[in-house]
Design a protein around this ligand. Sequence first.
Ligand SMILES: [Zn+2]
Length: 233
Amino acid sequence: MKFFALITLLALPLFAMKPAEDPQTVLIMLGAPGAGKGTQAVRLSEKMGIPQISTGDLFRENLRNETPVGQKAKSYMDKGQLVPDEVVLDMLFERIKAPDCQAGYILDGFPRTIPQAEALDSRLKGRVIAISLEVSDEVIVERLSGRIVCEDCGAPYHMVASPPKQEGICDRCGGKLIQRKDDTKEVVLDRLKVFHKQTEPVKAHYQAKGSLILIDGAVSKEETVKQLDAMLK
Ligand SMILES: [Zn+2]
């Protein structure tokens, strides 16, 4: 008993000396491909004045600029190997040292797996909020497999939500409308399978920490925005 009291007494001044709580807010966007993560991340970034960090973009940037960590990534790719999580994390932690990340940042596309989430946890400080945009597989398939684009000018259409005036022809330039390989039903179903296997556990991980919020991503974009803003208040 006395021993514990002594520990408490010794610990107190240490706590008092600890610097003020870090005000950083880290938002993690979770959701299936086509759930609207990117759109919401960009919007929140503008609204909250904190940067949106897409690990995919970050990766390409590091390769293009031939940074030390970019060269490291390339050495794996040249050998036809997967780039280890640690390398991607190095890129991320290099990026969040920048002054624009001091108040916080939004992660889009990371973490995708439990090992990535755990590695991130071990180096994060501040408040973490994981936002899961909930959209059923049926709606994702409908959204993605209905996408068509103009072969010539790239203008996007949707067979149901925003069809061209004349079937198969671009309103803007008269070019031919095609479906991207990534958007065929078979590929979308495959991507969803990977998503459920890898990312559902990540959701559970943040739920266990009490930092998960669920947002209905199947409603209109405006409705999703309303729900999200109410939760983040
Ligand atoms: Zn066109």
